[in-house]
Design a protein around this ligand. Structure first.
Ligand SMILES: NC(=O)c1ccc[n+]([C@@H]2O[C@H](COP(=O)([O-])OP(=O)(O)OC[C@H]3O[C@@H](n4cnc5c(N)ncnc54)[C@H](OP(=O)(O)O)[C@@H]3O)[C@@H](O)[C@H]2O)c1
Length: 215
């Protein structure tokens, strides 16, 4: 299966490598294939392909959106909405504002009655967007090691089949998955990023993930 990763930041590169290790064909999408990090990624991942956002959107049967939240709409427009409609889009983005954190609490440009995922779903009504990977640091996205304990990835989205596909991907990446329902649940899942970052900013602790305990 072909995966197109729109975004060549650390999240895009880590997930691209993870998908390659799981046997997928992968194209990493960027506005500049000569960027140092991108060139290094290609050297380390010979089987991986590089392309523009548009080529990546055309290539992928499954799309991963891994761009800065503020640039998400621009990236989608560059990719071409027509190449994204009907596809599963794994949305890793967070709506982080450009202002600095306050006592370790980062700020969002969305409200609790809104989420970036819902805005993107409105922009791409035919796409099957699934929120995932936004509530953990990139170092733990693929095969995280928490002394044998599986962390929980919270996902949501309007298409049940797409969520099953993403759950299978998450299982192979070493996660247990909790489906929180439709796109509106992103109003709760996106702010998990704020909570995840607080220990990092206030005591330099970045090596954790969430787990849902059930009795
Ligand atoms: N870093 C983490 O550990 C982490 C964890 C969970 C979730 N996230 C979320 O995942 C997303 C990606 O994070 P990241 O840290 O990998 O990278 P990032 O610095 O947030 O974003 C980098 C990507 O955004 C693209 N971009 C920037 N400005 C753009 C513009 N004006 N138009 C189009 N594209 C633009 C860049 O394109 P080029 O490829 O062309 O440079 C690059 O692909 C973010 O939404 C972030 O909040 C990050």
């Amino acid at each position: 299966m072909k995966v197109g990763i729109i975004g060549s930041g650390i999240v895009g590169r880590v997930l691209a490598t993870g998908f390659l290790k799981e046997g997928y064909q992968v194209m990493l999408g960027t506005r500049n294939i000569n960027k140092e990090d991108v060139v290094k990624w290609k050297k380390e991942n010979e089987n991986g392909l590089l392309g523009s956002f548009q080529e990546t959107a055309q290539f992928g049967e499954i799309i991963v959106l891994a761009v800065s939240g503020l640039a998400a709409e621009d990236a989608i427009n560059l990719a071409g909405k027509e190449h994204l409609s009907t596809k599963i889009i794994i949305d890793t983005t967070n709506p982080i504002a450009t202002v600095p954190p306050e006592n370790g609490v980062i700020k969002f440009f969305t409200t609790l009655e809104d989420s970036l995922m819902e805005r993107l779903q409105k922009l791409l009504p035919g796409s099957k967007i699934v929120k995932a990977f936004n509530s953990v640091g990139n170092a733990f996205m693929y095969k995280p090691n928490f002394n044998g304990q599986k962390p929980t990835m919270f996902i949501c989205g309007n298409d049940d089949e797409a969520k099953k596909t993403v759950t299978n991907i998450l299982t192979s990446f070493g996660w247990e998955t909790e489906d929180m329902g439709k796109a509106e649940a992103a109003r709760a899942i996106e702010p998990l990023c704020i909570l995840w970052c607080i220990p990092g900013f206030i005591r330099s602790q970045w090596t954790h993930a969430f787990k849902l305990l059930k009795s």
